[in-house]
Design a protein around this ligand. Structure first.
Ligand SMILES: CC(C)(COP(=O)(O)OP(=O)(O)OC[C@H]1O[C@@H](n2cnc3c(N)ncnc32)[C@H](O)[C@@H]1OP(=O)(O)O)[C@@H](O)C(=O)NCCC(=O)NCCS
Length: 160
């Protein structure tokens, strides 16, 4: 996807270390002293649940400014059904470009692609102030609880 000076494309192997650097910068000291999201992302790429078709980077004038990725997961329904869905993240925008609308652009474009691939929903823990702008609501509103976590908190869901 190309829009003005922004390009959103799939991550390539050659991007890996630059993307990990970007994620470390984006998350550093945001949720705790330091961060581990760049290492999490490094490990998740080799997980069988990783979805390479939904592993995006965002570029501005040829420079990497954002990334987002998805993993396959399931909802276990009370009637015994197993429903395939997605979980998402880390998503990060380089510190000097935060809060300028790039994260929402990247998120919305990624979600469109996920819907086009036929996934029914995306679930994860996040900040409703950001994700709510893209249509996410609390998972509990859909009667969904997260395995081994108490009900409530910032667990979010978006039906696609
Ligand atoms: C979270 C993140 C991806 C958002 O990207 P961004 O480019 O900064 O956000 P945007 O400018 O696109 O914001 C879109 C909307 O969400 C709101 N928003 C964004 N981040 C927010 C935050 N941390 N808290 C509250 N509202 C937020 C903005 O106010 C904006 O609303 P507006 O359009 O009405 O002004 C980015 O700030 C980031 O990389 N943060 C550090 C890593 C992180 O927390 N990742 C998410 C983990 S769940």
């Amino acid at each position: 996807m190309k829009q003005n000076d922004i390009t959103i494309r799939l991550e390539q192997q050659a991007d890996h270390s630059a993307v990990e650097h970007l994620v470390r910068e984006a998350f550093w000291n945001v949720y705790r002293p330091g961060c581990s999201e760049h290492y999490v992302l490094h490990v998740l790429r080799d997980d069988p649940a990783f979805v390479p078709e939904l592993d995006f980077v965002m570029e501005q004038d040829g420079a990497l400014i954002g990334q987002n990725m998805f993993m396959r997961t399931v909802i276990e329904a009370d009637d015994g059904r197993t429903i395939p869905v997605l979980t998402m993240g880390p998503i990060g925008i380089t510190p000097e470009r935060k809060r300028q609308g790039y994260g929402k652009k990247l998120l919305d474009c990624s979600l469109e692609q996920a819907a086009a691939m036929g996934f029914g929903a995306v679930l994860f823990e996040g900040n409703i102030d950001f994700y709510g702008k893209s249509g996410f609501a609390y998972a509990r509103e859909f009667g969904i609880r997260y395995h081994d976590l108490p009900e409530g908190g910032g667990r979010l869901l978006l039906p696609l």
